[in-house]
Design a protein around this ligand. Structure first.
Ligand code: ADP
Length: 185
């Protein structure tokens, strides 16, 4: 089963993805984590994307799509995956759909976490993960980029009837229960 976990920065995608990975026994792929790991290890990819992540802008579509295509060659994803932070533009979504279709696979569910903007900013500022993009300015820019470039991805999957909107306010367990019942229905 391929699940896209979608929502603005601070919506709790990473937390819920980890729980879903366990409950459904399918791996979790976070493009943001891959980029942060590459930056930490100073790989060529990391060097290329560091200033982009710091500013809260998006890594170019082709770079992200190539990265995901390469990653999905691994047989650990044969039974599906939880995608977190990808696809983040309509162009990425189109490339992703084509990539899966080529493997005879498809997106099975698009889970959108809905959280109001004031809550997002306070959550990110208080989570204190030490991310260099978690400054007030960095967060505001990521939210702007989300509105302009990422939110339209939801319309793309709405047309395919795959979107399940989940209230992202509540305890981690409550939100997880909502996601599970939406995915199972
Ligand atoms: P958040 O949801 O808090 O913004 P992520 O870990 O998903 O955190 O992403 C962090 C940063 O990594 C983004 O601001 C962007 O620069 C880059 N990034 C992650 N995934 C993508 C993607 N699919 N396309 C373009 N850039 C991405």
């Amino acid at each position: 089963m391929n699940i896209i976990l979608f929502g603005p920065p601070g919506a709790g995608k990473g937390t819920q993805a980890a729980l879903l990975q366990e409950a459904f026994s399918i791996p979790h792929l976070s493009t943001g984590n891959i980029f942060r790991e590459a930056i930490k290890n100073e790989t060529p990819l990391g060097v290329k994307v560091k200033s982009i992540l710091d500013s809260g802008e998006l890594v170019p579509d082709q770079t992200v799509v190539d990265l995901v295509a390469e990653e999905l060659k691994s047989d650990v994803y044969d039974n599906g995956c939880i995608f977190d932070g990808f696809p983040r533009t309509v162009a990425q979504a189109e490339a992703f759909d084509a990539m899966l279709a080529e493997k005879g696979s498809q997106v099975d569910a698009f889970v959108a976490l809905v959280v109001p903007e004031e809550e997002l900013i306070s959550r990110i500022l208080s989570r204190g993960q030490g991310r260099t993009d978690d400054t007030e300015e960095g967060i505001k820019n990521r939210l702007k980029v989300y509105e302009n470039e990422t939110a339209p991805v939801m319309a793309h999957y709405k047309e395919k009837g795959l979107v399940k909107e989940i209230d992202g306010i509540g305890s981690i367990e409550e939100i997880f229960a909502r996601i599970k019942s939406a995915v199972n229905s």
